[in-house]
Write a protein that binds this ligand. Structure first.
Ligand code: KG4
Ligand code: ZN
Length: 442
């Protein structure tokens, strides 16, 4: 998409050529203008010129989509303009609620979403300079996630859409993570994408590899790999809990790993050769092709064994108690309470996780001859993962894109952004749609 006219300092007009696989071809013109702008005459002139050249013309105004996210432990609301400009992005974290339990407690998550939803949505609208009436559509996460948590967001979104007579868009949370990358790519100078895209979505609940395609604003996805047991983020969280470091483990391990020796402890990650047992007995589908599955419960057990053989239990318990007495521990607190052995263990664990994620993803990229790589989801915030992907993908000549670290973890801007192509296609849902805890992405 390129800017062809700038009205009053705002990029009001864009035209783009889109063909199969998102490649630029000169057969489609999209002219877009902001509501209330005085630039309509310019759009008309462009359309007349283009119609003389035999092109198809589509006109559409900017769309302000209110996104709502409540799939896990963050209540999010955001307003995004036309899938590319974040006007607001409010996230109410429940970390303090779940911290004493060392993981997300579903019932508590639902209750916290109920408490936070209205103020978070109000704040998102106010920060965006929008009102309930002014937004063009409401988008909400349908799944995957915790059923009770999803239902809070869905019920609220339905009520808003019904009362305001606005279109309602259901978004897959995993597609949201992928669109967090696209949201920021669309804003960059060189927003063009080379397809095929391979997207690694790596979070607390998922470690999935998707081949992504775009045709006429329709994104389609094919899964070519998933975790057989624990997700990568789950492994970070469980290992941190095991070492008395607290919750959520990913950011804590990320911070501490830089101070340890990543080669001190040798960990093996599983190399999976056989097909997933859950797929047995299923008739072959067109999706059958090489798969690149992950498994992270083994490395968690290996850390547990190391803790037992090295008798680290007493030190771990002391650390757990000391951290429980600090409201919001800082990196300095964690460092003060971690000896060299723990720092080395944490650094070695992270190095193994990162190497496994990067090597399997790059093997999949070679196999499917992809042109672009996306890495998104909470674990994509990990600094070593980002730098290793950049280095290794760079050596393969493969461009790799991540969301900014703030957009890597759960947020509603990614939901509003993923809803925009559906808004263009008028892919709206009826009021009887419901949460899908195990929703697949296709
Ligand atoms: O995407 P997300 O916010 O929620 C889910 O959809 O699951 O991901 C949360 C996960 C947690 O497991 C958290 O520990 C992990 O992402 N995480 C990280 C980092 N920041 C968050 N893992 C490794 N390094 C990080 N910097
Ligand atoms: Zn997520």
């Amino acid at each position: 998409m390129r800017k062809v006219h700038d009205c009053g300092g705002r990029n009001l007009y864009h035209w783009e050529h889109r063909g199969t696989q998102g490649k630029a071809v000169p057969d489609l013109l999209i002219v877009r203008w902001t509501k209330n702008s005085l630039c309509f005459p310019v759009a008309s002139v462009l359309l007349v010129i283009k119609s003389f050249t035999g092109a198809i013309a589509i006109i559409m105004p900017d769309a302000h989509i209110l996104g709502i996210e409540s799939s896990c432990d963050e209540t999010g609301a955001a307003v995004v303009r036309s899938g590319q400009e974040i006007l607001s992005n409010v996230v109410a974290s429940q970390i303090a609620t779940h911290q004493p339990y060392g993981g997300v407690v579903p019932e508590l998550a639902s209750r916290e979403h109920l408490r936070a939803m209205v103020p978070v949505v109000r704040q998102a609208l106010a920060e965006a300079g929008q009102t309930y009436r002014s937004v063009d559509a409401i988008a909400v996460t349908q799944g995957p996630g915790l059923a009770g948590a999803l239902l809070v967001g869905i019920s609220f979104a339905k009520a808003l859409a019904f009362a305001l007579e606005k279109p309602l868009i259901a978004v897959n949370h995993l597609e949201g993570h992928i669109h967090a990358v696209l949201l920021e790519r669309r804003r960059s100078e060189d927003g063009e994408l080379d397809f095929l895209v391979l997207a690694l979505v790596v979070s607390g609940g998922h470690t999935h590899l998707y081949l992504a395609q775009l045709q006429e604003n329709l994104w389609t996805y094919r899964n070519i790999g998933h975790t057989r047991d624990d997700a990568a983020g789950e492994a970070f969280d469980k290992v941190a809990k095991l070492l008395g470091l607290g919750y959520p483990g990913g950011p804590i391990i990320d911070g501490l790993a830089a101070y340890g020796d990543p080669l001190a402890v040798k960990f093996q990650t599983s190399q999976i050769k056989h097909r997933d047992r859950r797929d047995h007995g299923q008739p072959p589908t067109e999706d059958d092709g090489p798969r690149f599955d992950f498994s992270y419960s083994g490395i968690k057990t290996a850390v547990l064994r190391y803790v037992e053989t090295e008798n680290l239990g007493v030190a771990i318990e002391a650390r757990r108690k000391a951290l429980a007495g600090i409201g919001k521990p800082t990196l300095e607190d964690y460092l003060r309470l971690s000896d060299r052995q723990i720092l080395d263990l944490v650094a070695s664990f992270q190095r193994s996780m990162v190497n496994d994620l990067v090597m399997k993803t790059l093997a999949a990229a070679r196999e499917y001859e992809v042109r672009t790589l996306f890495v998104s989801g909470g674990v994509a915030a990990n600094r070593e993962l980002r730098s290793t992907f950049e280095r290794e993908a760079g050596m393969q000549g493969l461009p790799v894109f991540f969301p900014s670290r703030a957009l890597s973890t759960d947020n509603a801007a990614m939901i509003a952004a993923a809803a925009f192509p559906k808004f263009l296609r008028r892919e709206f849902v009826a009021m009887d749609f419901s949460a899908e805890a195990g929703m697949a992405l296709r």
